[in-house]
Design a protein around this ligand. Sequence first.
Ligand code: PLP
Length: 384
Amino acid sequence: MSSSEQHYAFETLAIHAGQEADPQTGAVVTPIYQVSTYKQDGVGGLRGGYEYSRSANPTRTALEQNLAALDGGRRGLAFASGLAAEDCLLRTVTKPGDHIVIPNDAYGGTFRLFAKVLSRWGVEWSVANTHDPESVRAAIRPTTKVVWVETPSNPLLGITDVATVAQIAREAGALLVVDNTFASPYLQQPLALGADVIVYSTTKYMGGHSDVVGGALVTGNTELGEELAYHQNAMGAVAGPFDSWLVMRGIKTLGVRMDRHSENAARVAEFLVGHPKVAEVLYPGLPSHKGHDIAVKQMKSFGGMVSFRHKGGEEAAVQVCDRARLFTLGESLGGVESLIEHPGRMTHASAAGSALEVPADLIRLSVGIESVDDLLTDLGEALK
Ligand code: PLP
């Protein structure tokens, strides 16, 4: 993106940032450069700066520039999955003996990465209730290098006050990492609130169509961006050209999709609040939600994820998942189609027995952009 484009609004950047018309043909959409290597004009004579597609590929570069622009960052990096992005980040910024504060409410795979993989390399972690800044402060050790938060969190939709926790991390000399997957950059801008690095599973709202697995990191720190890019190449879990193209295509409609996801989810949450079989509805847009006031402060609207607890317990919750028709039973989230799942037995099974274990009566919905009336009818039937 040229510096003259910096003033454009989010919706304009989503479509144009990093998307120069193809210099050879004028194609208005960045082509899929499905290529591994590049002809050199004499040894080391790189024509367009490209050498080998693990190090850089023009389709991935377009996505990475776009990602950086959307979050107001200096560097965006695209990976083969959200977990690949997390792994690259953590192995770049920590070494054996360092400590990480992790949230008590986060994606189960993120927890598994800390608990089962990084811990084997001598990186220590402990859990804080990141929704309470004082709990984060209490968890900080002299060796703490990273404070990790997910907001809204998966699957309990908890809200962390990013600006306050950023201040605590800064005072401790630690980096604040925000997993912004549920909100997307359209609804929440963590760098502007003081975060150092943003993590995305682009598999979710960024891709938006349940047809690609990808991940991303965005930082406003040029030096850290360089280090991350070095490790991205050294470790190699990069986004391929076609996957990069799919994520870019998804991002172009991110704003309109998120508006509709948020509208539909708000209606679904209201419906569930009034339902006799529902014990509790977890949606940050509800004034009764513990984090509502902070969500109002730091989010544009409240997103498409809604979780709720069934009064009938685990078996009743599983039955609702089995009975839904329009809400497809499946893992993942953030696509145009609505999904339903039982986190305890599905996405968060790896957190069983830990501080991140989720309630057994919990159901998680990824509310899509179908007709909301059809969605409410389906839920009503499934809850009968
Ligand atoms: N972060 C969050 C909040 C997620 O929900 C997920 C996946 O569900 C991930 C990270 C990991 O992303 P991926 O599945 O693309 O590796």
